[in-house]
Design a protein around this ligand. Structure first.
Ligand SMILES: Cc1cc2nc3c(=O)[nH]c(=O)nc-3n(C[C@H](O)[C@H](O)[C@H](O)COP(=O)(O)O)c2cc1C
Length: 343
């Protein structure tokens, strides 16, 4: 389902593929690294994946390999960047395009002190003109879509007019997909974790945003934990982004391909996924990656199944032993194999 229209800034045809954002897993620092993304891709072939947020300066001044390396199997995958300098962001977006990412996303939703003092993340919601300059420079620099992830507001900002104004600036700058975490961020007084649970969710505000800007791809994020809930939200918006639930109970994604994308293929069982991931870990360990950097992402695979606790404990205790091999995963599987027979 692709809609074509002229981008008012560049007069280049710009395409949005609404299916592309129908369901995605949120960018999460320290969680959605390349190993986690590879693992999640084994569960769903359709879900759109996002990197952790990469600060623009780290990308431009550090080693791009360290930040940008990924395997093509992860695709479709979007690179998320944090920053507020149009030229630097354009250069960073260009790098993302050259490395083969499918999208570059600008983070305008992170409320942490460190991010705010670097002048990026959610604090930029108070500077819509600067954000549209950033987006415009990024759109000019690459041919892949530039998207934005934001909140419904920050601090005492009014979530009606100010949010509409913010979004108008993004559209004028050439951004056609906006991911909205449906709660405000309080920049003073709440920790990043509290900012993901204390300010109340306001899904209706995001639904209204879609009504106000019907041609824009609006993706809803925040507090969504099941595919059934997702399907209900999709009656009001173009896409849903799931964060913590997808990481903590990853097998929830096993319903995505069939239920949300109408695919007929059978999803692999948890056991099959664990074995496929073990083969990946074997290759990575041979190249020097520590096993525990990879097994930490699969602790929730058997959540709710008999033996899940023993699986977690065995992986946690044995993956960080120096020289640990991928076979730790098959050893841990014995606990759940036994458990599943009882289920
Ligand atoms: C550990 C963790 C790290 C996060 N890091 C990022 C990040 O790098 N960029 C970002 O835009 N949001 C980040 N978030 C916020 C999520 O993308 C998402 O907006 C938030 O968790 C709400 O969605 P959920 O209720 O489905 O988890 C992070 C969330 C968590 C739990």
């Amino acid at each position: 389902m692709i809609e074509s229209f002229a981008d008012p800034m560049t007069e280049q045809p710009n395409q949005i593929d609404k299916q592309a954002h129908r369901f995605s897993v949120a960018p999460m620092m320290a969680w959605t690294d390349r190993h986690a993304r590879f693992f999640l891709r084994l569960i769903s072939t359709s879900v759109r994946l996002y990197t952790e947020m990469i600060p623009m300066n780290g990308l431009l001044r550090g080693s791009p390999e360290r930040f940008l390396r990924f395997t093509m199997k992860e695709r479709p995958v979007a690179l998320q960047i944090g920053g507020s300098d149009p030229k630097g962001l354009a250069d960073a977006a260009k790098m993302g395009g050259e490395w083969g990412y499918d999208e570059v996303n600008l983070n305008v939703g992170c409320p942490s002190d460190r991010v705010s003092s670097g002048h990026f993340g959610a604090c930029l919601m108070a500077e819509p003109t600067l954000v549209s300059e950033c987006v415009s420079a990024m759109v000019e620099a690459v041919s892949i879509p530039i998207t934005v992830k934001c909140r419904i507001g920050i601090d005492n900002m009014d979530t009606e007019g100010s949010l509409d104004n913010f979004v108008t600036g993004l559209i004028d700058a050439g951004c056609h997909t906006i991911i909205v975490h449906a709660r405000k961020a309080w920049l003073k007084g709440l920790s990043p974790a509290e900012n993901r649970s204390v300010p109340p969710l306001d899904y209706d505000r995001v639904y209204r945003l879609k009504k106000n800007f019907p041609t824009v791809n609006i993706v809803l994020n925040g507090g969504i934990v099941t595919v059934d809930e997702t399907a209900k939200h999709l009656e009001h918006v173009d896409g849903v982004m799931m964060g913590r639930a997808a990481y903590e109970t990853p097998y929830v994604l096993s319903d995505v391909d069939r239920q949300l994308f109408g695919m007929k293929t059978d999803t692999p069982s948890r056991m099959e996924i664990a074995n496929l991931y073990m083969a990946y870990c074997e290759r990575e360990v041979a190249q020097g990656t520590s096993l525990h950097h990879m097994t930490r992402h699969i602790l929730g695979l058997f959540k709710g199944c008999p033996g899940a606790r023993a699986w977690r404990r065995y992986l946690t205790e044995n993956s960080s032993i120096p020289g640990a091999k991928a076979s730790v995963i098959s050893e841990a599987l014995k606990f759940v194999e036994d458990g599943l027979k009882v289920a």
